[in-house]
Design a protein around this ligand. Sequence first.
Ligand code: PGA
Length: 263
Amino acid sequence: MRKKLVVGNWKMNMTRAQAKAAVESLVQLVDPKTEVEVAICPPFLSIESVVTVFSGTPFQVGAQDVFWMPSGAFTGCVSTSMLADAGCELCIVGHSETRGRFGKLEVPATTVAYFAESDETVNLKIKALLAQSIRPILCVGETLEERNEGRTDEVIAAQLKGAFVGITAADYKAGVVAYEPVWAIGTGKTCDNAEANRVCGFIREQLRAILDASTADSIRILYGGSVKPSNAKDLFAQPEIDGGLVGGASLDPKDFSEVIQGA
Ligand code: PGA
């Protein structure tokens, strides 16, 4: 049985004081003996505040992104050793927002090229994280256009293939994968339970071929995209869904604790 994992992705929200207050209430609301593994990925600047509040609890802290080089002239970047030093145990990689694939686009397509994460940089980041013993949460998922063209499985298979170049089963044993349909992120539209389960099962099949069967069967595959208290229980009851990557609903400690309850 794979243990359920629920990860809050705060994205670009929360000052340090707000972060501290949010996790202080979360630790009051969630039983530390919960069977569910829980983590929060705050913005870089509030990682330390969250680590301080979580110390002595089983709750973990992750980052939302990383750069793969160890140090040097890389303005604006943060390395894996900086994340480890700050107390991060996990890191999101290849989120559709860092890939520049937005569910609802409020800027011209030319502007989002700034967020130019590609399968190659995702792969470099995963390798750098594994070398630092930080567990990657690799995100994959299709846009609405790709889904409507019937290309969901093809897109996801290509993202997985690109992400895992040169990575062995032994390397990725503690790693996580998240299925995040781009059209369901921050839009309020959730992928229906059966389809989310099917795609997570498809991801596991791909992992069996890329890594090996026993590793693929032990990797947690999360669903992400408008997970909230009202749909968490049914989504997490699906056999192929091992928990959730939760954006909006992780910002409110009460909502997030109810999502955890759903797992
Ligand atoms: P959402 O975001 O829950 O706000 O849709 C999920 C995510 O992007 O990880």
